[in-house]
Design a protein around this ligand. Structure first.
Ligand code: KIV
Length: 284
């Protein structure tokens, strides 16, 4: 295991200041978290995308706080050194400031997260202010915000038109004003992301499919390794086809059990002859 120092907020802002890109991935389980920490990833998002990637729902909307806490705890056990962000699921912050603070606090107290993320613009400024005032760092999320996919007309690029781009820009400034430490821009045109990255002062901008000019990049882990069978978004780069490796292995296993070439002696545990003879005498 590598001797890595725990990433803290000043480390992330140091990288931003020096123009060193920040690395961020989604993660939902212990072994993957271990590998991501070993690989030196700066930030992990335990995204409510786990509803789709891990639990098989068609959207993120059915995900509960219990789901999120269970997965965030597993990730923290695997990745002690990353800056860990818990994603607030649907309707755990929309209803009221108090509800938002209580649920954000659960990520910190029960899963040792470093921060939380929530979706939305100016309209959720009061909830962000409340959570920040409770001492919890907040990441905002603009552009394609999956919890509002129905209102946004589906999973499409946001901010292609000038007016919509201006609204995303205004929302980013409102989130900065409300006290977020970072904003995730998902599926926003690269030029809009670049201008927002230049205009914000003390906020880290992370791009998910929004081009190279943000302070850092995020990918959904399952998209990187062919682990989500339903689709591969255009913005994802596939770094390895683990899905095919796993599927081939499973088919081979089924075949070997069927034709009795598995297990082999190295896969079981022998008993000494004298013990075996004694055992047979005992049961006769
Ligand atoms: O839940 C998630 O993984 C997210 C990403 C789409 C950024 O919010």
């Amino acid at each position: 295991m590598s001797e890595r120092k725990k990433i803290m907020l000043p480390d992330l802002f140091r990288k931003k200041r020096k123009g060193q890109p920040i690395t961020m991935l989604t993660c939902y389980d212990y072994p993957t978290a271990y590998f991501q920490d070993e690989a030196g990833i700066d930030m992990i998002l335990v995204g409510d995308s786990l509803g789709m990637t891990m639990l098989g729902y068609d959207s993120t909307l059915p995900v509960t706080m219990e789901d999120m806490i269970r997965h965030a705890q597993a990730v923290r056990r695997g990745a002690k050194n990353v800056w860990l962000i818990g994603d607030m699921p649907y309707m755990t912050y929309q209803p009221s400031v108090e509800c938002a603070i209580r649920n954000a606090g659960r990520f910190m107290a029960e899963a040792s997260c470093d921060a939380i993320k929530l979706e939305g613009g100016r309209e959720i400024s009061d909830r962000i202010k409340g959570i920040v005032a409770a001492g919890i760092p907040v990441m905002g999320h603009l552009g394609l915000t999956p919890q509002s996919a129905s209102a946004l007309g589906g999973f499409k690029v946001q901010g292609k038109g000038a007016l919509q781009a201006k609204k995303i820009m205004d929302d980013a400034l409102a989130l900065e004003e409300a006290g977020v430490f970072a904003i995730l821009l998902e599926m926003v045109p690269d030029r809009v992301c670049k201008i927002i990255t230049e205009k914000v002062k003390d906020t880290i901008i992370i791009s998910l499919g929004s081009g190279p000019d943000a302070h850092g990049q995020l990918l959904i882990y399952h998209d990187m390794f062919g682990l989500y069978p339903k689709f591969k978004p255009r913005m994802a780069k596939v770094y390895g086809d683990a899905g095919s490796v796993i599927l081939n292995g499973l088919r081979q296993y089924a075949q070997e059990v069927t034709n009795k070439t598995f297990p082999r002696p190295e896969n079981w545990f022998p008993m000494k002859d004298e013990e075996y003879e004694e055992f047979k005498k005992l049961i006769d």
